[in-house]
Design a protein around this ligand. Structure first.
Ligand code: SF4
Length: 380
C-alpha cells in the first residue's frame, strides 16, 4: 500500500494553483497536525496488517511545518503503520523553507527523497508565477539537502509559462541539469479555472478572437519546442523518461507515483486526500473546519466495478513508458486486454498511437504527445 499525507498549507497562494492549499496561521497549522495525528492513529488501527511500501508527504508545502511537527508526524507513521524497511519516503518542499536543522529532522525521521518545487530558474518567471522563492533559495535548499545526505532529489519544472521563451526555458533546464538531480518532473502549465492565471488567459483569448496577438502565453510553436527540448536534453543527460512528464536517472523513478499508475492500493490522510483500498475509492472532507472538528468520515465513496478497475489499470498503465504488460492485466482480471478492448486497441494501433510489443501495450512517441486523447478512449 502507498501512504499519502496531505499538508494543505502554503506561505502564499501561487497564481496558477488550484490545489487544496492555503496560507494559515500557526495555531491552525498546530490544530491540523493534532487532528492529522488522530486520523493517522485511527486509520492505522483499522488497516493493521497492510504493509506500507512508500510514503509521500505532499501539499501544499509540507516543508513549512516546524521541525518538531515534522518529527512527530514521521515518528507516528513509523510507530502506527507497518512500513517496509526499504520504503521510499518523500517530502515535498519549497525552496527557502528548508534550514539545516529541518533537513536533519527529515533524515532522522526516515525521509530519503525530497521533491523540490522549483518550476523555473528565471527570477522574472518565478515572480509572475507568484512563487515565494528565488533561484538562489533553490540552490541553497538543494545544497542543504545534499549536505544532510539526501541525494534522491526531484526538481519540479514547468514550461509554457507566461513570458517564457524557448531560450529562457533552456536556461532553466541547463541550470538544473548542471546539478545532476536524481529525478526531474517537467509539466506544461495547466490553466485552472478560478485562478488569477485563468483570468489572464481569458483576456488573451478575447484579444485573439478580436484579431489581436495574444501577449501573455507562449505561442503553440514555442510550447511545442519546449516540450521537445525537455525530452531531447534530458535524454542527452542520461534521464529515462519513464512516464509522460517524469524523468529519472537509473534506479530513481518515483516508486510512490508508479504505485498509482500500476493500480496499487493507496491511503490518503489529511484534508481532501483520496484513498483507493479494496476496489473502493473515497476521500476525506475538503472542508478545514470539518476536519478540525475530527470529522474523518469517508466522502464520495465509490465501489469500482470490474470495468472501472480494468479501464483505470489500462489507461494509468499507459502513462508509463513501459506500458501495460499483457500478462499483468490477465493475472489481475482473468481476461485478456485485447478481448476487453477489442475495438479500442486495434483502432489506436491503426492510428499510430499505440504499439503492441508482443508482451505489452505501450504508447508510441506520437501517442505520448497526444496522450490525453488516447487515455480518454478507455474512460467509458
Ligand atoms: S506552493 Fe504549490 S501548493 Fe502551494 S500555492 Fe504554490 S503551487 Fe500551490
Amino acid at each position: 500500500m502507498e501512504l499519502y499525507i496531505h499538508i494543505p498549507f502554503c506561505i502564499r497562494k501561487c497564481a496558477y494553483c488550484d490545489f487544496l492549499s492555503a496560507p494559515a496561521d500557526a495555531d491552525t497549522i498546530a490544530r491540523y497536525m493534532e487532528y492529522l495525528g488522530k486520523q493517522l492513529v485511527q486509520t492505522a488501527a483499522s488497516l493493521r496488517g497492510k504493509r506500507v511500501e512508500t510514503v509521500f508527504i505532499g501539499g501544499g508545502t509540507p516543508s513549512i511545518l516546524r521541525p518538531e511537527q515534522l518529527s512527530r508526524l514521521l515518528a507516528a507513521v513509523w510507530e502506527h503503520f507497518t512500513v517496509d524497511a526499504g520504503a521510499e519516503v518523500t517530502l515535498e518542499a519549497n525552496p527557502g523553507t528548508l534550514a539545516r536543522a529541518k533537513a536533519q529532522v527529515l533524515v532522522s525521521g526516515g525521509v530519503n527523497r525530497v521533491s523540490l518545487g522549483l518550476q523555473s530558474a528565471d527570477e522574472k518567471e518565478l515572480r509572475l508565477l507568484g512563487r515565494v522563492h528565488t533561484y538562489r533559495d533553490f540552490l541553497r535548499s538543494y545544497e542543504i539537502l545534499r549536505e544532510a545526505g539526501i541525494w534522491n532529489i526531484n526538481v519540479d519544472l514547468m514550461s509554457a509559462l507566461p513570458g517564457q521563451t524557448v531560450a529562457s526555458y533552456e536556461r532553466t533546464l541547463q541550470s538544473v541539469l548542471a546539478l545532476h538531480p536524481a529525478h526531474i518532473s517537467a509539466y506544461s502549465l495547466m490553466l485552472e479555472e478560478g485562478t488569477p492565471f485563468f483570468e489572464q488567459y481569458r483576456a488573451d483569448e478575447r484579444l485573439r478572437e478580436s484579431g489581436g496577438t495574444p501577449r501573455w502565453l507562449p505561442d503553440e510553436e514555442s510550447e511545442r519546442a519546449m516540450y521537445e527540448l525537455t525530452g531531447t536534453l534530458l535524454a542527452e543527460h542520461g534521464y529515462e523518461r519513464y512516464e509522460i512528464s517524469n524523468y529519472a536517472k537509473k534506479g530513481f523513478a518515483c516508486r510512490h507515483n508508479i504505485g498509482y499508475w500500476t493500480g496499487k492500493e493507496y491511503l490518503g490522510l489529511g484534508l481532501g486526500a483520496s484513498s483507493y483500498i479494496g476496489e473502493t475509492r473515497f476521500c476525506n472532507t475538503a472542508q478545514l473546519d470539518e476536519y478540525l472538528a475530527g470529522d474523518f468520515t469517508p466522502r464520495d465513496v465509490q465501489q469500482l466495478s470490474k470495468n472501472d478497475c480494468m479501464a483505470e489499470f489500462f489507461y494509468l498503465g499507459l502513462r508509463m513508458s513501459a506500458g501495460v504488460a499483457k500478462a499483468d492485466f490477465t493475472a489481475r482480471f482473468g481476461l485478456r486486454a485485447e478481448q476487453v478492448y477489442a475495438q479500442e486497441i486495434p483502432e489506436l494501433i491503426e492510428k499510430g498511437l499505440l504499439e503492441d510489443t508482443g508482451t505489452r501495450y505501450r504508447l508510441t512517441d506520437y501517442g505520448r504527445d497526444v496522450s490525453n486523447q488516447v487515455l480518454w478512449r478507455f474512460l467509458k
